[in-house]
Design a protein around this ligand. Structure first.
Ligand code: ADE
Ligand code: ZN
Length: 348
């Protein structure tokens, strides 16, 4: 894509371009895509009693002060999931919504321990999610893969048990991640289980530097040997770390509306995505838990661009980064970037 063409795109057309450009989503927790309406529908279907009187009452509880205040409600919402069909329906609703935002490829996190702890089997979780991913290319034109996350507030032994339960379904997920309460649960707590996952040929990612310190990003890189950092926004506090991330082209999956809603930044205008760009980092924009944070992919793009004044050049770089950072082969990557170029050409 030549820069002259990018400069010819009028800023007035930027929101439309952001919505229309093909993009990959690399940081979406499928349980965080459960809209209150679907939570209530699944609760009714499964006879689960919720501690909220209505959809509106549940939505009103979405006033978070930090990560933990969100996680408490997020795990309560996920408690309505019981059958394979529930997992299919949850993933399908997300895939339809993502397709509407011109997401053409999604790497979807799921938290099996949230469900297995309630007696739901690993097969139920993975088979339901995988059936939706398998149907999506033909029915919706979106490609989707799964990344299994370990809950970091639980023990490494429990992570090993989770991995063992998932092994018969190894061909249905492409990697592992690390999520949940960050502070007090550094990546090194999971060094041995990540080493095992690496031996198994799984892709490795981890949440680090969302609320936690730059030290957690260093250990995610050096001890867990992750290929991407989820969030990573606290890296700006450590110049040497910024140098490392830039030099090794480690992608960051940044989630602006999540950071706003969990009060990492007081306003979107204070978000440090521009700083990450200026330091040459491979940043991407993602939605994290869109049902809880007020926006799917396009809302994250449009609001962030308006708040921090990004340009068509940034739009191209962000979409291009999303494909560069994806766990896809080079042929698929080239095909997506050709579609991206065609979209920008049609705007220039
Ligand atoms: N699980 C779901 N969303 C999360 C987030 N933003 N951080 C950590 N764990 C999560
Ligand atoms: Zn996340």
């Amino acid at each position: 894509m030549n820069t002259d063409a990018l400069e010819r795109i009028s800023p007035i057309r930027l929101p439309d371009l952001l919505r229309r450009m093909p993009k990959a989503e690399l940081h979406i927790h499928i349980e965080g895509s459960l809209e209150p309406e679907l939570i209530f529908a699944l609760a009714a279907r499964n006879g689960v009693v919720l501690p909220y009187a209505s959809v509106d009452a549940l939505r009103q509880a979405y006033a978070f002060t930090n990560l933990q205040s969100f996680l408490d409600i997020y795990y309560a919402g996920a408690s309505v999931m019981l059958t394979e069909q529930d997992f299919f329906d949850m993933a399908w609703a997300y895939l339809e919504r993502a397709t509407a935002d011109n997401v053409v490829h999604a790497e979807i996190f799921f938290d099996p321990q949230t469900h297995t702890a309630r007696g739901v089997s690993m097969e139920t979780v993975i088979n339901g999610l995988h059936r939706a991913c398998a149907k999506a290319p033909g029915a919706l034109g979106i490609n989707a893969t799964l990344i299994m996350c370990f809950l970091r507030h639980l023990s490494e032994e429990e992570a090993f048990q989770t991995l063992e339960q998932a092994m018969p379904l190894r061909d249905k997920f492409i990697g592992v991640g690390l999520d949940s309460s960050e502070l007090g649960h550094p990546p090194e707590k999971f060094a041995r289980v990540f080493a095992r996952c690496r031996e198994l040929g799984l892709h490795l990612v981890a949440h680090a530097g969302e609320e936690g310190p730059p030290a957690y990003i260093w250990t995610a890189l050096d001890l867990l040997k992750v290929e991407r950092i989820d969030h990573g926004i606290q890296s700006v506090k450590d110049a040497a770390l910024m140098g490392r991330l830039a030099r090794d082209r480690i992608p960051l999956t940044v989630c602006p509306l999540s950071n706003l809603k969990l009060r990492v930044f007081p306003t979107l205008a204070d978000h440090n995505l521009g700083q990450l760009f200026d330091a040459g980092l491979v940043a991407t924009i993602n939605s994290d838990d869109p049902a809880y944070f007020g926006g799917y992919m396009n809302e994250n793009f449009v609001q962030t661009f308006a708040a921090i004044g990004l340009t068509a050049q940034h739009a191209y770089t962000l979409a291009n980064n999303s494909f560069t950072a994806s766990f896809i082969d080079d042929v698929q990557r080239r095909a997506y970037i050709d579609r991206l170029d065609a979209c920008f050409d049609s705007f220039a």
